[in-house]
Design a binder for this molecule. Structure first.
Ligand SMILES: Nc1ncnc2c1ncn2[C@@H]1O[C@H](COP(=O)(O)OP(=O)(O)O)[C@@H](O)[C@H]1O
Ligand SMILES: Cc1ncc(COP(=O)(O)OP(=O)(O)O)c(N)n1
Length: 301
């Protein structure tokens, strides 16, 4: 197994110098709290230097304490947003997040196929951090059924992987079991599966990447350092949108996942407690780290 501690992408300077923006589209729910969903995704796109666009699938009332109310956008309006964006502006890569109904999942799959969006990251969202069902069982399974076959990368977390495979979360406790689970999830049709490790028990928060075309090749193990204490809201959204931004810029899937892991680790380490509950991700941490170190160098400190 290839085992890598994550690091910032080596070509970060190049990312900053490109003048023509790559286009990235998020298809997700609105999070009024600003940490997850459309808001988190657009912040991530902006931080990583791509032009962000959005298709809103649901409106949620959320804050640091959890979700209070969720209403789906009609599949007709979801389809109209997709048509507006893709028929005119186009997208170099797209990601999906919260999809509240099976009909919306089908409409999204239809539009992405029709417009030939090949660099697609599918994050199969089911529950919010406080356990609110953002997508019911039917919508969640429809997301996997309609969208995984179109995805370059699917990014389930441990509970989502367990639900799709019909096993218990505790069955996925070891890294070995999660490697096998990631491989089994390839049967749903995604070309790569990255099984996120935030809900696992290991200190490295190991994320596991497998590819359908890898044959028997070793999986890529992306290890970081588990940050202690309550996690921030929107880590999964940030991972998927950072990978999408990197793929819009032309990085391959392993490089995009390394960049996403580093982006989330920085945002999580700098997360801020704004309300009385779970902290919010600081999406700007990656850039601010760099600006700070550049300023220090400039000052001769
Ligand atoms: N406490 C933590 N410390 C470091 N990284 C974390 C932590 N929690 C989650 N991550 C990372 O954040 C990303 C999202 O993972 P996860 O929390 O499992 O997804 P989700 O938000 O969809 O439940 C992954 O790269 C994971 O390794
Ligand atoms: C509108 C909306 N979409 C997704 C989520 C869940 O975010 P995610 O990053 O998958 O999970 P957590 O890291 O917050 O557990 C959300 N809350 N709202």
């Amino acid at each position: 197994m290839r085992d890598e501690a994550s690091s910032f992408p080596a070509d970060a300077e190049q990312w900053r110098s490109w003048s023509v923006p790559a286009r990235a589209l998020t298809i997700a729910g609105s999070d009024s709290g600003g940490s997850a969903g459309i808001q988190g995704d657009l912040k991530t796109f902006q931080e990583l230097g791509v032009f962000g666009m959005s298709v809103v699938t649901a409106v949620t009332a959320q804050n640091s304490l959890g979700a209070q109310l969720v209403e789906p956008v009609s599949p007709r309006l979801v389809a109209a947003q997709l048509e507006s964006v893709l028929a005119d502006l186009g997208a170099d890569a797209a990601k999906t997040g919260m999809i509240p109904t099976p009909d919306a999942a089908e409409a999204i799959a239809g539009a992405l196929s029709r417009f030939g969006v090949h660099r697609l990251v599918v994050d199969p969202v089911r529950l919010s951090k406080d356990g609110y069902a953002l997508a019911g069982r039917g919508a969640f399974e429809a997301t996997a059924r309609f969208l995984f076959p179109l995805a370059e990368l699917a990014t389930p977390n441990v509970p989502e992987a367990a639900a799709l495979l019909g096993v218990r979360e505790t069955d996925l406790a070891s890294v070995g079991a999660r490697v096998e689970a990631a491989r089994s999830l390839l049967a749903w049709g995604a070309r790569h599966v990255l099984l996120k490790g935030g809900h696992a028990a290991d200190d490295a928060c190991a994320d596991i990447l497998v590819g359908a075309a890898d044959g028997g090749a070793e999986p890529l193990l992306l290890r970081g350092q588990r940050l202690p204490g309550a996690s921030a809201r929107g880590t999964g959204c940030a991972f998927a949108s950072a990978a999408c931004a990197a793929m819009a810029r032309g990085l391959d899937v392993p490089a995009a996942c390394r960049a996403a892991k580093a982006f989330v680790a920085a945002a999580l380490a700098a997360s801020v407690r704004l309300g009385a509950g779970t902290p919010s991700l600081k999406h700007a941490a990656w850039r601010e780290d760099r600006l700070w170190s550049e300023a220090s160098i400039g000052d001769g400190k």
